[in-house]
Structure formats: C-alpha cells, structure tokens
Design a protein around this ligand. Sequence first.
Ligand code: ADP
Ligand code: MG
Length: 253
Amino acid sequence: MSVMVDIRSVHKSFGPLDVLKGIDLQVRTGEVTVVLGPSGSGKSTLLRTINHLEKVDRGAISVDGALIGYRRSGDKLHELPEREVLKQRIRIGFVFQNFNLFPHLTVLENVIEAPVAALKRPRDQAVATARRLLERVGLADKADAYPRQLSGGQQQRVAIARALALEPKLLLFDEPTSALDPELVGEVLDVIKDLAHQGTTMIVVTHEIGFAREVADTVVFMDDGRIVEQGPPAEVLDRPRHERTRTFLSKVL
Ligand code: ADP
Ligand code: MG
C-alpha cells in the first residue's frame, strides 16, 4: 500500500520549549492512525505541522508524495510561496475540538464556503455536494439552521461535512469529541467510524480508547514530544511495552 503521510525526524520548538523531539511516522493510504498521549505531549502541534499551520524546525513531512511547504532541488529545500502552500493545505481536512464553524453562516453556507471560494466550484454544484454530505452525516434537515441552533454533536458533524467538501486526501482530527457532552460523543464517533470504513486516510487525536480499538490500524502513543510506541491496537492498548504507556492507559481507561 502507498504511503499517504511520511513524517521524517520532525523537530519543533516554541522558543526554548522543545515540543516535537524527532518524530518519525508513516501513515499508509486508507489507514486510520489514532494518536494518544497526555496533555502537552505535542499531539496538536504534530497535526498542525502536517498541514503547515506550524513550520517544522528540522525534518520533513510529505503528504501524497509532495513535500509540505517546501520544494526540493538537489539537496536544498526552498520554501513554497503561500499560494502553493494553500493549495496543499486545502486537500488536508482538519477537524478541531471546537468545531470552528462560521457563526454568521447557515450550515449549508458553512459547507459550500471553501469549495466556492477556494476551489472555484460553481455554486449549484457545491450546494448539491453539500446536501449529499449533510445527508451522510445525518443532518440533511439542518441545512438552513445556524450553528448556534445546533447541539455540539451536530456542529461537529457539520464541521466534518465541511472538511469532506474539499475532497481531502487526508483528514486530521484533533480531539473531535473532547468538547462534547458525553451523550453526544457517540454520534460524532459513528460518523468518523463510517469514514474510516470507507477507506478515508485519517489521523485522529483522541482519548476515546474504545474508538481506537475498533477503528485504528495503528495506535501511536506520544509523550514529551516523542513517539514512545506504536503498533496495532491489540498490541499498544492491551500489551503496552512501555511503562509510560501503561500509566497513561490506566488513567484514561
Ligand atoms: P497536546 O496537543 O498533546 O496537548 P500541544 O501540541 O498542544 O500538546 O502542546 C505541546 C506543548 O507546546 C505545550 O507545552 C504547549 O503549551 C506548547 N505550545 C503549543 N503551541 C504553542 C505556541 N504556539 N507557542 C508556544 N507554545 C506552544
Ligand atoms: Mg492538543
């Protein structure tokens, strides 16, 4: 199977704080990688470097064979112009903990905004796609509602539909259910599971161990800016080799 995401020795600091201390990770096309780890271990920063919301200090990230943010010539790296970076970024969906919907736009307008503005899709085509996607996340009847009229779980499902509208090669989820009331977590996880079963390549940062067990091809445990261990869920979750993984799992299980 081909490699969709290839992360090589990525380092990232904020001032004196070393947040990513040499990350190596490969995600194969069609696979789901779940990233676990304590707060502050660098999970969000890692996701953000993948679509160039953060620049790496050292190392390199490729998505679908293209170096993110740079062009290689010989052994030199040249920064891509912003326009090129935006083109790369648009094919990498990002779903945030806090939904980040536009409050002044309806659900339908939220979903068609980027396809129309950034991909220059004709509006009626974008609307048709958006309606199909809203159907897929179970919100066909909410097209004309505003985000504030929806529950958190519904808002997050709109955010997922919005990400899908850009036909991403890769979807990144950063704790997509952490801001939700417990009774709303399941409906969002079900949508993500459905995408996983349809072969969407994704990296999901979450503390939902049951989800990881059911959906992940690979579970990655991060601590203090490093990948401590990674492997199939049955190994990392049921037979962790490292004390730090065991300690973490004993707290979240
Ligand atoms: P996690 O998602 O695993 O909780 P983060 O990647 O958000 O961890 O953060 C890792 C560390 O980097 C934390 O100590 C955090 O405070 C710090 N950090 C993250 N983003 C920034 C930033 N833009 N500026 C300074 N420090 C940051
Ligand atoms: Mg985080």
